[in-house]
Design a protein around this ligand. Structure first.
Ligand code: MGD
Ligand code: MGD
Ligand code: SF4
Ligand code: MO
Length: 712
């Protein structure tokens, strides 16, 4: 028996876990790590099931190569050779890549994802980001000059939190890394603060709040514009941050009076006015909005208005307001001003954002002939057949590819189209460091989890991706992945001093660890920057290190050309024309939205028996008044512009009339996951529409999808 302490890799809350492993490598117990200074012993049902998931008998143990209609297990060298042959036949511009959500959690994704992208020689780069948070990157890129400079609500000190389109009691939080999010929310009320939740459903988070406000799906931008308008009209604006464009913002929201906003979003005008006054009067306050407001047609406008309100109420960058974390591996600021649309997608002419094209146009790029047509695809940690808008079309499009390789532990709805599947080893065989998530933490904190179990011959995912990069760049399947690490290290260390001398000082038992050590030492708390952090220091502190409460970071954290916050980016202000035009549009009979369940995780946790069933089922939530009005029974046929599904109904008065909610990640088919196959559910993304996007970010729209319901 041994006890290992490591970070849970399953969601953004980064909880510390205490895991007991027997001599055969079986997990016998998982609990919260009480000595972790950030999570303090908190754990959720998913974390507690980590052992079951990690030891899932349906995980692939060896690479698979397509063999006629079936699959053949092959050795790793054979698998890489097959990838080399497949990619060699397709020139760079005809290759595409899709990176899924777990690649934002793994060290492999963070350290080698970029190298794979660059080595492919293509602009057909897609990821789950354009089905998620791209609007936030774009608004922060334009306002603060850096798409990763995303302010987070200072949960532990705020006096007032206005939360829209987030349900951290189920999701454990997103773009706001906060283990025990529920406890932190309860603490706001305990210290006399106020929590207001805006959501078309009365969620568990809303139940915990002082106030829940129903909003019509897809219309948060009106609500926030109405609040901004009221702040100006009632002279409640106090700006502490260095900003440009205050007068332009005042002009831009001049016509969004509380009454105009109320008609569009369904929140009464007097509530809009009161929320503005409360935000302005609170000693400190933060506005925080997440997936319900990002995956919507006015996603970027909404994310912009969130931070506009934080600025207008004097709460940006001050304790208790919306603040910027300072992660331990933060590098130097980018110097070029942020812009989107540096190139456009081939078929629909959609603008690039953060170097990516919208996943909503991936099927177009595969199906449409011509120069640059996508003929080969790499997917890493993604399941776009279940997660992308109109996934059913992608399911068909993938069949037309000449070559596809997937890095994934499962044979599933997406990877079944691959020619080669490369499975990463178990989580406990992998090192873990949250390069991305610690940049959005509500306290500055750092923790490294070395691999807990030795590898039994299979390569770690870091090496799988390094090899893919080297194959794609023409160096061949036998090239030594260490060469890639040394090249990257050299580039990093050269900027810092005598590269050879610095390289000799680095510590680590893999290329990934060496690179982490370099980033830590060069980072803001690093040994080479006057601080103490290094990989050794993290190894000596297996429960993690608290780096203190968030501190004001302006103007230093800005990367705009002006050195000030650009409160009124021209592109966003111009997009308000679209918001105004929609004021007079008819409201569809039903609007479809999504939801998440505590014991689920997008598409890939439905194979852990104890987590499935009960409240974790694929049902369509609907208001009982709508059931009665339409005379519906146990199930209904739901139709959208793109598809139709027959779904079991879950009548509940927690959802607004005229709104229905279906979770995504279900609709299991052709997967190696036996438990999931028995609880298959339906694919919500049969109904979502890839032709409707947020134009500034290219983000998919999952909330506010017009549908009709019938009995048959
Ligand atoms: N309708 C609707 N659709 C949505 C959403 C919604 O709210 N509504 N939400 C969207 C959001 S926010 C997101 S992030 C996307 C997610 O979209 P995706 O990332 O495409 O989908 P996931 O279901 O997260 O799939 C993750 C895949 O990674 C694999 N995997 C798990 N662990 C590892 C690992 O360590 N390494 C590798 N290589 N693979 C691993 C899993 O087996 C699975 O195949 O879905 C989006 N789709
Ligand atoms: N248990 C669990 N945890 C997860 C995941 C999971 O699948 N399961 N997925 C992870 C991922 S990839 C992400 S991105 C995060 C997301 O984390 P959250 O952003 O907290 O996501 P949800 O729990 O889906 O909550 C979104 C809420 O938005 C509401 N909503 C829908 N449409 C609108 C709208 O138009 N306006 C407003 N104001 N609200 C709306 C929905 O009713 C829902 O309550 O969760 C992560 N954590
Ligand atoms: S809240 Fe997230 S990080 Fe914490 S135990 Fe649960 S799944 Fe893991
Ligand atoms: Mo996500």
């Amino acid at each position: 028996m041994s006890v290992v302490h490591r970070t849970c890799p399953l969601c953004e809350a980064v909880c510390g876990l205490k895991i007991t492993v027997d001599d055969a490598g079986h997990v016998t117990d998982v609990r919260g790590d009480r000595e972790d200074p950030f999570s303090k012993g908190y754990i959720c049902p998913k974390g507690a099931s980590l052992g079951r998931l990690d030891e899932d008998p349906d995980r692939l143990r060896a690479p698979l190569v397509r063999d006629g209609d079936g699959w053949r297990e092959v050795s790793w060298p054979e698998a890489f050779a097959a990838v080399e042959r497949g990619l060699a036949a397709v020139p760079g511009p005809a290759r595409a890549i899709y990176l899924g959500n777990p690649s934002a959690h793994t060290m492999a994704g963070a350290l080698y994802g970029g190298a794979v992208i660059r080595s492919l020689g293509t602009r057909s780069v897609f990821s789950a980001s354009t089905a998620d948070q791209m609007p936030k990157h774009v608004s922060c890129g334009l306002m603060f000059g850096d798409p990763l400079a995303i302010p987070v609500p200072d949960l532990d000190r705020t006096d007032y939190l206005l939360m829209l389109g987030a349900n951290p009691l189920e999701s454990n939080g997103s773009l706001c890394t906060a283990p025990d999010f529920p406890g932190r929310l309860k603490a706001i009320r305990k210290r006399g603060g106020r929590l207001v939740v805006v959501d078309p459903r009365r969620t568990r988070t809303a139940d915990l709040a002082d106030e829940h406000v129903f909003v019509r799906p897809g219309t948060d931008a009106y609500l926030l514009a109405g609040i901004a308008h009221t702040l100006f009209a009632e002279r409640l604006v106090t700006v502490n941050a260095p900003v440009n464009g205050l007068a332009e913002v005042e002009g831009a929201v001049a016509d969004f009076t509380a009454e105009v906003a109320a008609r569009a979003c369904g929140v009464p005008a007097d509530v809009i006015v009161r929320l503005a006054r409360e935000l302005a009067a609170a000693p400190s306050a933060a506005v925080y909005a997440r997936i319900g407001t990002c995956t919507a047609e006015f996603g970027t406008i909404t994310q912009w208005l969130v931070d506009v309100l934080n600025v207008l109420t004097g709460n940006l960058d001050r304790p208790g307001g919306a603040m910027f974390a300072r992660p331990a591996t933060e590098g130097a600021k980018r110097r070029k001003p942020y812009q989107t649309g540096r190139w456009h997608s081939r078929v629909r002419g959609l603008p690039e954002a953060n170097g990516e094209l919208p996943v909503a146009t991936l099927a177009d790029e595969i199906e449409t002939p011509g120069e640059g047509q996508v003929r080969a695809l790499i997917t890493i940690a993604g399941n776009p057949v279940l997660s992308a808008p109109n996934g059913a079309r992608l399911d068909r499009a993938f069949r037309g590819l000449e070559f596809m390789v997937s890095v994934d532990p499962y044979l599933n709805e997406t990877t079944r189209h691959a020619d080669v599947i490369l499975p990463p080893p178990r989580m406990l065989n992998s090192g873990h460091f949250d390069f991305a998530l610690l940049g959005f933490a509500v306290r500055n904190y750092v923790r490294y989890s070395p691999p807990a179990l030795p590898l039994d011959g299979a390569p770690p995912e870091t090496e799988i991706l390094a090899r893919l990069a080297m194959i794609a760049s023409g160096q061949g399947a036998d090239a030594d992945p260490a060469l890639l690490d040394e090249l990257i290290l050299d580039g990093m260390l050269r900027k810092a001093g005598d590269a050879a001398e610095l390289r000799a000082a680095l510590d680590g038992s893999s290329g990934a660890e060496l690179r982490l050590d370099a980033m830590l030492r060069l980072g803001p708390y690093g040994e080479w920057a006057g601080g103490e952090l290094s990989l050794r220091k993290l190894r000596e502190n297996p429960h993690g290190i608290d780096l203190g409460a968030l501190e004001p970071r302006l103007p230093g954290n800005l990367a705009t050309a002006s050195g000030r916050v650009e409160l009124a980016p021209a592109g966003i202000v111009a997009d308000l024309v679209r918001l105004r035009a929609r004021l007079s549009a008819e409201i569809p009979e039903f609007l479809l939205i999504g939801r998440r369940h505590l014991r689920s995780n997008n598409s890939w946790l439905h194979n852990v028996g104890p987590l499935v069933g009960g409240t974790n089922r694929c049902t369509l939530q609907i208001n009982p008044a709508d059931v009665a009005r339409l005379g519906l029974g146990q199930e209904a046929v739901v139709r959208s512009a793109k598809g139709e599904l027959t779904v079991p109904l879950e009548p509940t008065d927690t959802i607004m009339p005229g709104v229905v909610s279906l979770p995504h990640g279900w609709g299991h088919a052709g997967s190696s996951q036996a438990v999931a196959a028995k609880n298959a559910g339906v694919n919500a993304n049969v109904l979502t529409d890839e032709d409707v996007i947020d134009p500034l970010s290219g983000n998919a729209v999952f909330n506010g999808v017009p549908v009709i319901l019938t009995t048959r």
